[in-house]
Design a protein around this ligand. Structure first.
Ligand code: ADP
Ligand code: MG
Length: 693
């Protein structure tokens, strides 16, 4: 249960004065729907109203706070003209201008003869100084309140700064008295303020430097969030380790058959990863392991051997793929291998219906089928396993944690192996996979030639086509990728169709196309034709990005490469360079490349090392964008910036280790404060794993 002291912070924003249902919706879109979200909604700028000149001194264009005497009112003669109020201060005159104003309201706030303090932007029209719609009009007594620095918040249409500022002020008043969760020595060393002070001063910048992420205030808040993240992941991992598992120990006979059937020898890292996985599976604990390996590093065969290991031990295994294409491709690779070991493998996707599906389901339920490969159709309720013991999840970042759990729930103490080709920088691995053990495939299968990567201006398309013609003469197979157009699938498809038509004119029926809007059966047909070599050029959207494996493909053309992220370009390029032929990647770019885009393409030309590329991507783009979309599965940090606060990430991990080594159930003196921290950053699930949580 969340401690009572936090209740007020977790109330809806509509519980704040002045925030009704309509404004509440708008506040939710910019900050979040709870009061605490407003604490994290830090200013993005500031308005300095400390400049308080006389009218004669006031510099046009500046924001100024003036003390004036109201002189005369001039209501407009027609609706379209403004209401004008003349003011003086002994040094000069200024006219306040109001469009569409309510006359009685202006008469009330600016009574003639009285002194008022006004603040806003000074403008000059001809000889006349003006201030249109002053931001503030107050009496002398209130002067101090407005002649200060005002925070500026990110807003949205229909939401004014005044409303947000007022809501934030009300939220700040609800900050409870919480015990300090950080180590006092660490706070002193870093000059970190107390949490409540940090939040308050975060909302009260007095100069532009205060907005920097490098201030002790911002670093303190970032560190709190990172510690909450690390602690939560560590608690989940600690809990999983303690969960009862089952020891799966096969005799290795079936695995030996598979290894004999393979047309190649395993690389050193493949053998090592398989060793680590089988060792985990053999222990009476629940496995929770990540297999990280760059595109083409050969993760599939590692998964196969792990699954066969489960079957050897008398149980079943399943592999969950993110797309239909991938599920089919995995099945095509795995089924013959499984057969060589006498294991029945089946494919289950959303397209299986009726009798065919029923027969697969019964085979899964009675245990006849040892290995099941599929898409999320596997998670459906009526898919019941005889005895599922191992779930392999491919390309993890497309799946959420709950899908992992749903699959795990289909068996008894299911071991989980997650595979990802996204080479996540070390700092991010901590934030995303801190709850898993990691195996890495660090080398590529032997005999791979480096990909020759070149950048070519789009207006030299003719030369690209000539190069294709030469490549096709050597029986090369070609991917031609068209970019996403503003996230609109319809436009993507149009771009693909147009390019397809263009290339089909030149190369006839050697050209095929796949995109997200095609029927699955049609996609498969085209993919199959590309695999078999019936077509040599495949025009596609990024649907081919993940995992597609056609070793004969040796040319990749990426149109408008500047529109893709580095990680994505790396993934795409990973589709080639898989066979024995020399491969070429042509990155076509439009003119007027931005500096960042130019750097991205240069890095790609320079290296094929996914980890290096990921680090550069992080540096160039920032973590939020790293993997392109929200689908990335990266946690969203409110206070921490994974680039600028990378050092804090490591400190938080070390701190977490120390904390749990001393007090693994957070029951010691620092325990209540750390639990409050977890609740504050909404890591409730992790606290619930603790006794008395
Ligand atoms: P990814 O890690 O991207 O999923 P895959 O498992 O699809 O990679 O493997 C890529 C290609 O490398 C496949 O064609 C596979 O048959 C081949 N391969 C895997 N391991 C080896 C190896 N040890 N030696 C040679 N080729 C291998
Ligand atoms: Mg793969």
């Amino acid at each position: 249960m969340r401690p009572e002291s936090l209740f007020k912070l977790f109330a809806p924003v509509t519980s704040l004065p002045g925030v009704g249902p309509r404004l509440g919706k708008l506040v939710s879109t910019v900050a979040g729907d709870k009061v605490v979200d407003l604490l994290w909604h830090l200013p993005s700028g500031l308005i300095d109203r400390r400049y308080a000149p006389t009218i004669a001194e006031a510099v046009p264009g500046s924001i100024a706070t003036l003390t004036v005497t109201v002189d005369s009112h001039a209501p407009p003669r027609t609706k379209r003209l403004p209401y004008r109020v003349a003011c003086t201060d002994g040094t000069g005159r200024i006219t306040l201008v109001f469009f569409h104003a309510k006359d009685d309201y202006i008469a009330k706030i600016l009574p003639p003869g009285e002194t008022r303090v006004i603040s806003g932007k000074i403008e000059k029209f001809g000889e006349e100084l003006q201030m249109a719609h002053p931001d503030h009009i107050v009496t002398l007594a209130e002067r101090e309140r407005i002649q200060s620095v005002e925070p500026v918040y990110p807003l949205t249409e229909g939401l004014s700064l005044r409303v947000v500022a007022k809501a934030v002020t009300a939220a700040l008043e609800r900050i409870p008295d919480l015990p300090e969760w950080q180590d006092p020595a660490f706070l002193r060393k870093n000059l970190f303020p107390a949490w409540a002070d940090a939040v308050r001063s975060g909302h009260a910048p007095t100069n532009a430097d205060d907005l920097s992420l490098a201030t002790p205030t911002r670093r303190r808040l970032a560190y709190d969030e990172l510690l909450a993240n690390q602690l939560a992941l560590a608690l989940i991992r600690q809990n999983l380790r303690e969960l009862k598992g089952r020891a799966l120990n096969g005799d290795g006979q079936l695995r030996a058959k598979i290894e004999t059937a393979l047309p190649y020898r395993l690389t050193y890292s493949q053998s090592e990863a398989i060793g680590e996985i089988l060792a985990d599976m053999g222990k009476p604990f629940r496995m929770h392991r990540l297999l990280q390996g760059d595109v083409g590093s050969g993760k599939t065969v590692v998964a196969v051997l792990a699954m066969v290991g489960a079957v050897e031990a008398g149980a079943q295994a399943t592999l969950l793929a993110p797309t239909e294409i991938l599920a089919r491709q995995h099945f095509a690779t795995i089924e013959p291998l499984a057969r060589a070991a006498g294991i029945e493998a089946a494919l289950l996707t959303g397209r299986d219906k009726g009798k065919g599906r029923d027969s697969i389901l019964s085979g899964i339920a009675d245990g006849r089928i040892g290995i099941v490969i599929g898409t999320h159709a596997l998670i459906e309720k009526d898919v019941e396993f005889h005895d599922l013991a191992l779930a392999v999840i491919d390309e993890q970042h497309r799946f959420g944690v709950h899908q992992r759990l749903a699959l795990g729930a289909k068996g008894r103490a299911v071991d989980v192996l997650v595979m990802t080709a996204t080479p996540i920088p070390r700092t991010l691995t901590l934030t995303v996979y801190g709850d898993m053990e990691v195996s890495r495939l660090t080398e590529k299968p032997a005999g791979r030639l480096p990909v020759d990567t070149r950048t070519v201006a789009l207006d030299r398309l003719d030369e690209v086509v000539d190069a294709l013609r030469r490549a096709l003469a050597t029986k090369a197979r070609v991917y031609w990728v068209c970019p996403l157009v503003e996230e609109s699938e319809i436009l993507d498809v149009a771009a693909v169709e147009e390019r397809h038509a263009h290339l089909a004119k030149l190369f006839g029926n050697r050209v095929g196309m796949v995109h997200g809007r095609m029927k699955a059966a049609e996609k498969d047909r085209v993919m199959a034709a590309f695999v078999s070599g019936d077509i040599d050029i495949l025009v596609a959207t990024t649907v081919i990005e993940v995992g597609v494996d056609v070793p004969e493909a040796s040319v990749m053309v990426i149109e408008h490469a500047e529109r893709f992220g580095l990680a994505q370009l790396h993934q795409l390029r990973g589709r080639i360079g898989r066979g024995s032929a020399k491969s070429t990647c042509l990155l076509l770019y439009a003119h007027a490349l931005s500096e960042a885009a130019r750097q991205r393409l240069a890095i790609l030309r320079e290296t094929e090392d996914g980890f290096r590329i990921a680090e550069e991507d992080l540096r160039l783009r920032g973590a939020g964008e790293l993997l392109g979309t929200r689908q990335s599965g990266l946690p969203e940090f409110r206070m921490a910036d994974l680039v600028q606060h990378a050092d804090l990430m490591e400190a938080a991990r070390d701190d977490t280790r120390l904390i749990l080594a001393r007090d693994k159930d957070l029951e010691g003196p620092r325990g209540p404060a750390l639990r409050a921290l977890l609740y504050l950053f909404e890591r409730d699930a992790a606290v619930r794993l603790l006794r008395g949580g």
